[in-house]
Write a protein that binds this ligand. Structure first.
Ligand code: IMP
Length: 192
């Protein structure tokens, strides 16, 4: 099976992506390449960050690879935390503190509309490609559910009355930002 690196060590993301590409492509994590460092994300957009990570792996390990970057854009916060979603509450990164901060900033806000965006940067055969996915939803007033990661317990996708953290992985993948971007990546890789 064709091997490709997903430039992440986030076990939840790896699980989501492996499930989406199951039986088609062998996905190697950064750790499996022998890379244990946290890759830099110093760009000003999701696209820049995703390519920064993918290029680092391609340059240093010489393997086809893809990297993703995700941001949560909240209308009432003028699109924040956006590209800074991972370090919204500062360093060291903490999902717990990020969600606490988001809930406190959203206190009393009538407009709770938000969207997750994922950009995937791919370097394959020496060429660069990118794929995007987006899901619209609302920020809940408190956490529900124990699945997923990150902002999942407070993100309720449009058309649902449960948070991402209350959905099964299959359900989340079928509608999520990353699921949509990964399906575009998958179609592309399987055609190539
Ligand atoms: P990154 O793409 O790993 O840099 O993620 C940026 C931020 O968004 C981190 O705080 C993640 O926890 C969060 N995040 C990324 N993907 C998801 C998701 O699918 N659900 C909830 N939070 C996410």
């Amino acid at each position: 099976m064709r091997k490709i690196c997903f430039a992440s060590n986030n076990p939840k993301k790896l699980e989501e992506i492996r499930k989406a590409l199951e039986g088609k492509l062998e996905i190697l994590s950064l750790e499996e390449l022998g890379c244990r460092e946290e890759l830099e994300e110093t760009g000003e957009s999701l696209l820049e960050n995703a390519f920064q990570k993918a290029r680092y792996v391609h340059t240093n390990y010489g393997i086809d690879c893809f990297a993703d970057d995700t941001g949560l854009e909240v209308d009432a916060l003028q699109g924040a935390p956006g590209v800074y979603s991972g370090r919204f509450a500062g360093e060291p990164r903490s999902d717990e503190r990020n969600v606490d901060l988001l809930l406190s900033k959203m206190q009393g806000k009538g407009n709770r509309l938000a969207r997750f965006k994922t950009v995937i940067a791919l370097i394959a055969g020496g060429e660069e490609f990118s794929f995007e996915g987006e899901v619209i939803g609302k920020i809940a007033t408190s956490r529900t559910g124990s699945g997923g990661f990150g902002y999942d317990p407070v993100f309720v996708p449009e058309g649902y009355d449960r948070s991402f953290a209350e959905l099964s992985l299959e359900e989340k993948n079928s509608i999520s930002h990353r699921g949509k971007a990964v399906r575009k990546l998958r179609e592309f890789l399987l055609r190539a």
